[in-house]
Design a protein around this ligand. Structure first.
Ligand code: FES
Ligand code: FES
Length: 157
């Protein structure tokens, strides 16, 4: 069995040490080793976006990213974005952007990364930008409406 090793990660602005096996998915380390349960495991193969986190500000699928690939970057999870993106959380609630909520942390992480440019995007562009995150419940319209509301709020804030 492959031995785990002590690994340093920069997560939500704090450098933490965690035991991780070589090749272990970042998602497993975040949820298991660090107890950060915002990123979800659904497909487990990089297709649904439920596990989305930011690596140096760029959305990545943490279920297919090896922990070694994240060692020298800044990782931001849904928990880390919670305060920064209050308006996005409120907009998802007000617009009905979630039902079961399983996809929601990943949706909010990806939406947060593009919020500054969202106001300048058309509906199709916004849908394309969010297309890496699958939702089985909402039909997406409410999610796009929520992102628009949050982007508009940011512009006037
Ligand atoms: S769980 Fe990672 S992309 Fe689906
Ligand atoms: S709200 Fe259920 S999967 Fe998106």
């Amino acid at each position: 069995m492959t031995r785990s090793r002590r690994t340093e990660l920069d997560v939500n602005g704090t450098v933490v040490e965690v035991d991780a096996r070589p090749g272990e998915p970042l998602l497993s380390v975040l949820r298991g080793g660090l107890g950060l349960r915002g990123a979800k495991e659904a497909c487990g193969r990089g297709e649904c976006g439920a596990c989305t986190v930011l690596l140096d500000g760029v959305p990545v699928m943490s279920c297919v990213l090896m922990v070694e690939e994240a060692e020298h970057g800044r990782i931001t999870t849904a928990e880390g974005l919670a305060e920064e993106h209050r308006e996005l959380r409120r907009a998802f609630a007000e617009k009905g952007g979630f039902q079961c909520g399983f996809c929601t942390p990943g949706q909010i992480v990806r939406a947060g990364a593009l919020l500054d440019e969202a106001a300048g995007l058309g509906d199709e562009e916004l849908r394309a930008a969010m297309s890496g995150n699958i939702c089985r419940c909402t039909g997406y319209t409410q999610i796009i409406d929520a992102i628009r509301q949050a982007a508009a709020h940011r512009e006037t804030a």
